[in-house]
Design a protein around this ligand. Structure first.
Ligand SMILES: Cc1cc2nc3c(=O)[nH]c(=O)nc-3n(C[C@H](O)[C@H](O)[C@H](O)COP(=O)(O)O)c2cc1C
Length: 237
């Protein structure tokens, strides 16, 4: 056979192998992007409590950033309460604990779980409408998340880290570029809710803005339109 025929056959073979590999690997590479949410395991959270012995004024007075935590596990009810405070619903219309420009709710809340009784270590996504968690993946990634946040020990030592992500398009589609600042303001509202709720539960927390965005996106396998805004470790103080 002529050399040119060999070359053509080789090129065709290489193309066919590449297409084949792409066809088989794409679903695995894109797994988290294409799986519909109803394919994830869901975990119902205990109903939040609307009463406490700590007044808003007391929580405001005592709130302080805490970066060192005990090794004791959090209860699932405490995780539930913190998530509700961050973005839980408070109204049948779907309105939430924190205000949102145009009620467009651009924040998505993930929880990196490492030490919670009744909830295995892993990455979960909070769904406010049903007050439930979707299990995204198994395993304790607190050490890796700490590395992604310039080695901050609070992230490694907290029982959980709440990861707040923003989907800018949800708000910029109505408000243009001004929507970017609205999303950041909303992250601040939700984060302060977490601080006050943690104080009321006798827990410690600190908001952390110092981290490598791309590293956090990779570790949590965030959706393409989700930008990480805050990492918020919580633990017993
Ligand atoms: C936008 C923002 C980013 C922050 N990033 C970090 C951080 O990466 N690491 C950290 O330990 N604290 C961080 N903090 C917490 C501040 O250091 C803390 O709020 C400040 O020292 C005041 O203390 P207080 O919260 O106890 O009143 C951040 C606070 C804000 C508002």
């Amino acid at each position: 056979m002529k050399k040119s025929v060999y070359t053509k056959l080789l090129v065709i073979l290489v193309i066919m192998i590449s297409v084949g590999i792409g066809f088989f690997l794409t679903p695995y590479i894109m797994k988290k992007q294409i799986l519909p949410e109803n394919k994830y395991e869901t975990i119902a959270l205990p109903a939040p409590s609307y009463e406490s012995s700590t007044s808003v004024e007391e929580a405001l007075l005592k709130r302080r950033s805490v970066r060192e935590f005990d090794d004791e596990p959090l209860a699932l009810s405490q995780v539930s309460q913190l998530l509700w405070a961050a973005q839980g619903t408070t109204d049948p219309s779907g309105k939430r604990t924190a205000p949102s420009a145009g009620a467009l709710y651009p924040l998505e809340i993930y929880v990196v779980v490492g030490n919670v009784s009744g909830l295995s270590s892993g990455i979960y996504k909070y769904k406010p409408a049903k007050h439930e968690l979707l299990k995204i993946s198994d395993g304790d990634i607190r050490k890796q998340l700490s590395s992604a946040s310039l080695g901050q020990a609070s992230i490694k030592d907290g029982a959980i880290t709440i990861v707040m992500a923003g989907v800018y398009e949800r708000t910029t589609s109505k408000y243009g570029d001004r929507g970017i600042r609205y999303v950041h303001m909303e992250a601040g509202h939700a984060a302060q809710n977490i601080y006050l709720q943690a104080e009321s539960l006798g827990l410690g927390t600190v908001v952390t803005g110092a981290f490598d965005d791309a590293h956090v996106e990779r570790l949590l396998n965030l959706q393409k339109d989700e930008e990480p805004l805050y990492l918020i470790p919580v633990g017993k103080k």
